[in-house]
Design a protein around this ligand. Structure first.
Ligand SMILES: *[C@@H]1O[C@H](CO)[C@@H](O)[C@H](O)[C@H]1NC(C)=O
Ligand SMILES: *[C@@H]1O[C@H](CO)[C@@H](O)[C@H](O)[C@H]1NC(C)=O
Ligand SMILES: *[C@@H]1O[C@H](CO)[C@@H](O)[C@H](O)[C@H]1NC(C)=O
Ligand SMILES: *[C@@H]1O[C@H](CO)[C@@H](O)[C@H](O)[C@H]1NC(C)=O
Length: 467
């Protein structure tokens, strides 16, 4: 945990550009990451406001929170019709407050309009309590995000689709123990929140407090990108724009409901000077060599329930992101296994990648071949390590038939299209149930593979085995 603290870098934004509302007209370019939609009108992200009402916050700050939110929430469609498979585009809002006690002030059913939110926020007053319970507040939020997470009741009904949630934490103080004894519990809650498609956005009301700042850095840390994201200081002049962007980023996600080892793509965006999500889902995982081992890289990714292709690595940034995902996915501590990716030679012997529809396009200028590679007769590529610590993954050429390579497990990295406020491409239930006329990018009849992945060394086992 200490290591995490050291690497958790505060995320600064040099300038905040307005949102580009026209981004949906951008033509799909397989050689660039797909931007997330900035269309708040069509958003279907739930918003949970988690507000520190201890004496550290004070009433003036509580009024400021109300004012800021009253500028942002009208852009979203507040409502209760939550079934995204039916095409509804509603944002549900809930409010939790905490000092040393955590209270649900309003759950989703209590709020039907921006006015409802304003009334609730205007009614908040700071308490005399100087202590705060951030861990308890996040755990309570988890109970709202996934009501089945806190109960063993087998009758608790889990929705067949998942809704993304933006949890906005307004914090003025953290307990010293939040960086000590409480940290493990907070991190466990964060993992479950992430698995339930919730994104943490934090607002720091006392930037001079190193404990609070350290805790918020951890809460917003993206371990694959190696940075804290959506981590704002309350005095920022661009806070309303930042909020709108961050909430829409929360609506740009990859469904984790199947416990696949999946992450939405995060890259540095040099036009806005900040790390950003992109509407692409990356999957790293093993396929066991069973009776029907895959005989091509396309077939490995075809195994996923959502239409997927072997992944592209178009920049050093992307290579680094995959490296972090692959290294993190290996639970057994050793036994590093190389992973196939999408680079391959086409019929004209050029190195190319796959677009989402399996059309091919030339590799970018970025290459990361290990010394002595590529070898002339190899037509596919793996990410592998050449150092004993397995820290820096480089490319090696290899044969394209995974079943011919003597691997115990065939690992690969695959990619599929993500969801954002204007698309449901990552939503399994949207296509499987085939309700609401959504095309979806999901293949049918894959329930069996889905279960198999869940039982293999996927995300769920990983969670249990770690720490
Ligand atoms: C945003 O979404 C709304 C509702 O789906 C739609 O009517 C509008 O055209 C979209 N705006 C843009 C810029 O795409
Ligand atoms: C939350 O929802 C339940 C019904 O699901 C309701 O009984 C309760 O009053 C709601 N409000 C709060 C603040 O818990
Ligand atoms: C596949 O995608 C490319 C762009 O990457 C597009 O030009 C082409 O029309 C698509 N083909 C099909 C069959 O959808
Ligand atoms: C690759 O490099 C060449 C030569 O430096 C340059 O002309 C070309 O635009 C680059 N292509 C890409 C996709 O960056």
């Amino acid at each position: 945990m200490f290591k995490l603290l050291v690497v958790a870098i505060s995320y600064l934004v040099a300038n905040s550009n307005g949102l580009n509302e026209n981004e949906d007209s951008i033509i799909y370019d397989p050689t660039a990451p797909k931007p997330c939609s900035n269309n708040a009108t069509s958003a279907y992200v739930d918003i949970l406001l988690v507000i520190d009402t201890s004496s550290n916050m004070g009433n003036a700050n509580l009024r400021k929170i109300g004012t800021t939110l009253s500028l942002i929430l009208p852009k979203f469609t507040i409502g209760q019709q939550s079934d995204i498979t039916q095409g509804y585009r509603n944002t549900r809002v809930g409010v939790i407050t905490y000092d040393s006690n955590v209270k649900i002030i309003a759950n989703y059913t209590d709020i039907n309009s921006v006015l409802d939110v304003s009334k609730i926020l205007n009614g908040l007053t700071a308490s005399n309590d100087h202590a705060t319970n951030i861990g308890g507040a996040l755990f309570t939020a988890l109970g709202i995000v996934n009501p089945c997470s806190e109960t063993d009741d087998p009758n608790c009904i889990q929705l067949p689709y998942s809704r993304p949630t933006a949890i906005i934490l307004f914090a003025a103080k953290a307990a010293v123990d939040d960086l000590g004894d409480n940290l493990g519990g907070i991190q466990d809650t964060l993992v479950f929140l992430a698995n339930n498609d919730a994104t943490l956005i934090t607002v720091n009301f006392n930037n001079a407090d190193p404990i609070l700042t350290g805790v918020l850095d951890i809460i917003t840390y993206n371990k694959f990108a190696g940075v804290s994201m959506y981590n704002f200081v309350s005095t920022r002049s661009s806070l309303t724009k930042d909020f709108e962007w961050a909430i829409l980023q929360a609506n740009c996600y990859c469904e984790q409901a199947n416990n696949l080892f999946t992450s939405v793509k995060v890259q540095f965006d040099s036009t806005t000077n900040r790390y950003s999500r992109y509407r692409e889902c990356l999957w790293v995982g093993p396929r066991t060599v069973d009776q029907n081992p895959p005989v091509s890289t396309v077939e490995i990714c075809d195994y996923l329930p959502i239409q997927s292709v072997p992944a592209n690595i178009l920049s050093a940034d992307e290579n680094k992101f995959f490296e972090a995902m692959i290294l993190d996915s290996h639970i057994d501590g050793g036994g590093y296994i190389p992973s196939y990716f999408g680079l391959h030679k086409n019929k004209q012997s050029q190195w190319v990648y796959y677009g989402y529809n399996l059309t091919e396009f030339p590799m970018s200028n970025y290459t990361n071949w290990a010394p002595g590679y590529p070898k002339p007769n190899d037509k596919c590529a793996i990410l592998d390590s050449i150092d004993s610590k397995h820290e820096n993954l480089v490319w090696k050429s290899i044969g394209c038939d995974p079943s011919a390579q003597n691997f115990n497990y065939i690992w690969s990295i695959c990619q599929f299209e993500g969801c954002d406020s204007t698309t449901l491409d990552c939503c399994y239930a949207c296509a499987v149930e085939n309700q609401g006329g959504f095309e979806g990018k999901v293949k049918k009849m894959k329930r069996r593979s889905e279960r198999k992945i869940k039982n293999s060394k996927g995300r769920f086992n990983r969670l249990i085995n770690k720490n």
